[in-house]
Each structure stands twice: as structure tokens, then as C-alpha cells.
Design a protein around this ligand. Structure first.
Ligand code: A2P
Length: 346
């Protein structure tokens, strides 16, 4: 728990979820229930497309309401899990109505009035928030959980990341497209892409975010760079990143190279990671068993392995890692609920 009371501490908050029918929203409902979050009530909100839908919570079916400007009356805590435009319009309304907002979109992540929080890494930034707390990009969260303890212990000079990102990051419709296009492919049927731009079954492609013509980096890569720097508190950290969408349903993987202040033996890296909160070391060289999305999905820890010297850096200062983490849990819903838990009055 926070040692200092924040802008607003909560005891048994009435909770709302905007985007409750989406990939992250559904996981938020499950996380609140599974972790015994002491919500006094739960209001589920989505677009008019979902009006009348019901979602199970604590043994009951909760009716989904259509989001509108009056949705936050009497609500203490709102999770936003829709798109950035919806957050930009409605999050300030929720704050005006007296609620604290935890926003999963990119809308406020670079707003210095809004802490960008990964609890294992920079919980201290939560103190003194002004109503809106940003939940970071999924790649940034998963990477920082593994990087931060190494940065703290050994110092970090440079970071290189290549991602293997699941369908879930593009929402429920993308997950459905992966399943449907795979079924069609196996049946020998044509499947024109509807949600993503390229064929998804048995394929991979550069992340679907728009490419910045100046730098050649896509929007996801630019978010990862900016947010990772902010979470790690290293605003000039040199970071290179390539983001790729792979045909996996819900856990992201990534290969990382960290240039530290001095050469460090891989065993010392493993030792630090083994003690790090939110990390589980999966590094069995004999069995060739390393982090995999099928083992990361459905659980909260970030799996980290392939811990070795990066032979691509002749200085010997760089260490290579591979990790996998559930994009919908630690990369989104679980991180948001962990933030909310820190707002509770002890
Ligand atoms: P709906 O299901 O009614 O479209 P995903 O990221 O999986 O695509 O989910 C996005 C979530 O955000 C869904 O719950 C979706 O609701 C919700 N959403 C999208 N646009 C709006 C909007 N304008 N108002 C309220 N909810 C929205």
C-alpha cells in the first residue's frame, strides 16, 4: 500500500468499466472478481452495439449499459478499456463527476499530469495523481517489469527490442479474425482480411499502427520508446524497437538486448531476475525450455529466459533476454487492477 494518502483513497469503491465487452474489459471484470477487489458495485459500459448484453460477475449477470455523459454519477473508480478517443472525451467527465480514472488507452500516457504506472517499477509516481492514471502500453509494461530490476542493479545504457505481438493487442475483433482466418485457411477457403490489413493465418507482419514517414517507425514502436523511457525514468535512454504482429492469440513475446554499465555474468542477471517481483525465470537450456506465449497466457508473471551475453556487442556489456507475458493480463487488465489496489485505504 502507499505510505502517503494520494489525491483520493478508496475504501469500497463503486466501480465502472468503459469498454467492458472488449478484450481488455472482459479481463478487467475477471481480474476484479478473481483478486477479490472490494468493489461495492460494478457498472459495465460499452457502445450502443452492446446494449442489453450481460457479463457474469460474482455469480450474477451484469447488464451492459450504453456509455453517456451521465454514466459516472455515483461512481468512485472508472477503468477505461475502449479507444483513445473515447477516453479523451469521457475520462475528464468521470473526473469531474468525482471518480478516479485508470485509463488503458494511449490518450494520457505522455501527459505529465497523469502518472504512467507499472506498480513493480514506478509505484512512487502514483502519489499525488490528479484524477487520471495512465496504464502503459502492453509492450512497455512487460518489458519494464524485466528491465527495471536490472537497470537498478547494473545501470542501463541502451536497449534493443524486437516484439512478437499477439492478436489481443488489436482487440477482440482481431482475435476473432485470427481464429476465423485460420479455420478458413485449413478448410482451403479464401478469407479476405476484415480487421487487420494483411492475411493473419500462418503469417506475420509489421505492427498495424501507422508508420511515421519521417522516422520509418510505426506508432506502436514510438509508444514503446516514449513510454519505456518514462516508466524507467530515463528520458534519454537510446532505444531501438521493431514491433511485429504474430498469429498468437493473447500473449506477447519479445527479444531484448540490454547494454549495461559494465559486463555482467549471465548468472548474476538470472539471480536478480529470480528475485524480481512479477518475473518468473524460465530458462532450462537442457530441455530447450524458454518463455512461450502458451505458458504465459492466463497468468500474471512475465516469463523471462534465454539469459545470455549478447555476442553482437564486442564490449561485452550487453545481455540478451527473451520474455513472454499475457498482453491482456499484466500487459493491460491486471496492471490496471494492481494500480487500483494501491489506491485502496489500508
Ligand atoms: P462494443 O463492444 O459495444 O463495440 P476491443 O478493444 O476488444 O475492440 O474492445 C473495445 C471496447 O470499447 C468494446 O467494449 C467496445 O464496445 C468499446 N467501445 C468502442 N467504442 C466505444 C464508444 N464510442 N463508446 C463506448 N464504448 C466503446
Amino acid at each position: 500500500m502507499l505510505t502517503q494518502p494520494s489525491y483520493r483513497s478508496l475504501r469500497n469503491p463503486s466501480v465502472a468499466i468503459v469498454g467492458a465487452t472488449g478484450a481488455v474489459g472482459v479481463e478487467l471484470v475477471k481480474c476484479l472478481e478473481a483478486r477479490g477487489f472490494p468493489a461495492s458495485s460494478l457498472r459495465l459500459l460499452a457502445s450502443v452495439r452492446s446494449a442489453g448484453r450481460q457479463i457474469p460477475y460474482r455469480g450474477e449477470a451484469v447488464l451492459v449499459d450504453v456509455l453517456n455523459a451521465d454514466s459516472f454519477v455515483g461512481v468512485d473508480l472508472v477503468f477505461f478499456a475502449a479507444d483513445a478517443d473515447t477516453s479523451k472525451i469521457y475520462a475528464p467527465l468521470a473526473v469531474t463527476a468525482g471518480a478516479v480514472v485508470i485509463d488503458n488507452s494511449s490518450a494520457f500516457r505522455m501527459d505529465l499530469d497523469c502518472p504512467l504506472v507499472t506498480p513493480e517499477v514506478n509505484l512512487e509516481t502514483l502519489v499525488g495523481h490528479r484524477g487520471i492514471i495512465a496504464n502503459p502500453n502492453c509492450v512497455a509494461i512487460l518489458a519494464c517489469v524485466a528491465i527495471a530490476p536490472l537497470q537498478r542493479r547494473f545501470g542501463l545504457r541502451r536497449l534493443q527490442i524486437a516484439t512478437y505481438q499477439a492478436a489481443s493487442g488489436a482487440g477482440q475483433p482481431a482475435m476473432e479474425e485470427l481464429a476465423a482466418s485460420t479455420r478458413a485457411h485449413l478448410a482451403g477457403e479464401a478469407y479476405p482480411p476484415q480487421v487487420l490489413r494483411h492475411p493473419y493465418a500462418f503469417n506475420l507482419f509489421s505492427h498495424d499502427a501507422e508508420v511515421d514517414p519521417q522516422t520509418g517507425y510505426n506508432g506502436e514502436e514510438l509508444k514503446v520508446i516514449a513510454e519505456t523511457r518514462r516508466i524507467l525514468g530515463s528520458f534519454n535512454l537510446p532505444i531501438g524497437v521493431t514491433c511485429v504482429r504474430v498469429p498468437v492469440l493473447r500473449a506477447h513475446s519479445m527479444a531484448l538486448s540490454l547494454e549495461l554499465d559494465a559486463p555482467v555474468a549471465p548468472a548474476a542477471i538470472t539471480e536478480v531476475l529470480a528475485e524480481a517481483p512479477g518475473v518468473r525465470v524460465v530458462d532450462d537450456r537442457d530441455a530447450n525450455h524458454f518463455p512461450m506465449p502458451v505458458e504465459a497466457q492466463g497468468q500474471g508473471d512475465v516469463l523471462v529466459g534465454r539469459i545470455r551475453r549478447d555476442l553482437g556487442d564486442p564490449s561485452g556489456r550487453s545481455v540478451a533476454l527473451f520474455l513472454a507475458g499475457d498482453q491482456l493480463l499484466k500487459g493491460a487488465a491486471l496492471n490496471a487492477v494492481q494500480i487500483a489496489e494501491q489506491l485502496l485505504i489500508a
